[in-house]
Write a protein that binds this ligand. Structure first.
Ligand SMILES: CC(C)(COP(=O)(O)OP(=O)(O)OC[C@H]1O[C@@H](n2cnc3c(N)ncnc32)[C@H](O)[C@@H]1OP(=O)(O)O)[C@@H](O)C(=O)NCCC(=O)NCCS
Length: 248
């Protein structure tokens, strides 16, 4: 749009430094406690086990994460072969990883689950404000070990135990996600369409701090007989220092 200035001006053009524009487009981050690594001994239906280290993803790991999602879930000639809503979740996760990498998501946290360095699961979320934590996505790359169940639980743990927030808001695109956490954790939802989740305007399912304390804290152990260990050895950290994509 252009409108003639109503006053005599000394400069017809004013230029901006892009770093000044960036300061407006990229709001200042909140002071958020970093995610402390933890581990889970995963167990599948047959009783096989493996240890998954869960740690914050490093910014440079955005590239391999984008690569695996693109190759596995977003190639158009393979789209029909992608099961269980991994395609729409993959596309949204791809955008979220870019949002993290390019600083276009507010107070996002990006967490990976690694078994001997191999990417086993992923989850992310963001802080809407000091009280509300928004769950974005959870993905399991190795199926059957309840790695996804553990990652979502760990997001709740980060929200309530580490950050001392009041509520955790989710929505579910897939049957597996809804079954695991919406139904599996008996989560209530807010009236809809009055309140909508930022992922496509779907229903907001929520966990309060009180519900976490009274029930959800026991979810992983009660449902899958697995526990999160907050004491992580240097050896386990070292084994999972470098992220490796499955099959590499
Ligand atoms: C939702 C999700 C993260 C759950 O991961 P998970 O807890 O590790 O569980 P899995 O998906 O491996 O297994 C789910 C169920 O599928 C079955 N299953 C087991 N092995 C499987 C395999 N190799 N392949 C497919 N399904 C399998 C089992 O019935 C299992 O249930 P059980 O553990 O209660 O016995 C995962 O299904 C996923 O990444 N889905 C795509 C992305 C998505 O939907 N994210 C959530 C958005 S709402």
């Amino acid at each position: 749009m252009k409108v003639q200035p109503p006053v005599k001006v000394s400069q017809e053009k004013i230029t901006f430094d892009v770093s000044e524009i960036e300061a407006i487009l990229q709001p200042p981050p909140m002071d958020v406690k970093p995610f402390k690594p933890r581990s889970v001994l995963l167990k599948n239906r047959d009783g096989e086990t493996k240890t998954m280290l869960v740690r914050a993803a490093k910014l440079e790991e955005a590239k391999p994460l984008l690569k695996i999602i693109q190759e596995k879930f977003l190639q158009f000639d393979k789209l029909e072969d992608v099961p269980d809503f991994y395609d729409i979740v993959g596309a949204r996760v791809y955008a979220e990883i870019l949002g993290w990498y390019r600083h276009r998501l507010k107070d996002v946290y990006t967490i990976v689950g690694l078994c001997d360095g191999e990417l086993t699961a992923f989850c992310n979320g963001r802080l809407m404000n000091e009280e509300i934590n928004i769950s974005l996505h959870t993905m399991a790359f190795d199926r059957g070990f309840r790695a996804g169940a553990a990652m979502y639980f760990i997001k709740c743990q980060y929200c309530f135990d580490d950050l001392d927030q009041d509520e955790f808001w989710s929505t579910f695109e897939s049957y597996n996600g809804w079954k695991r956490w919406g139904f599996g954790m008996a989560q209530p939802s807010y009236p809809w369409p009055d309140l909508q989740h930022e992922l496509g305007g779907a229903k907001v399912y929520y966990i309060t701090k009180k519900y976490w304390e009274t029930s959800i804290k026991n979810y992983l152990t009660q449902m899958y007989d697995i526990k999160v260990d907050l004491n992580v050895s240097e050896e386990l950290l070292a084994k999972n220092e470098v992220l490796r994509l499955p099959g590499e």
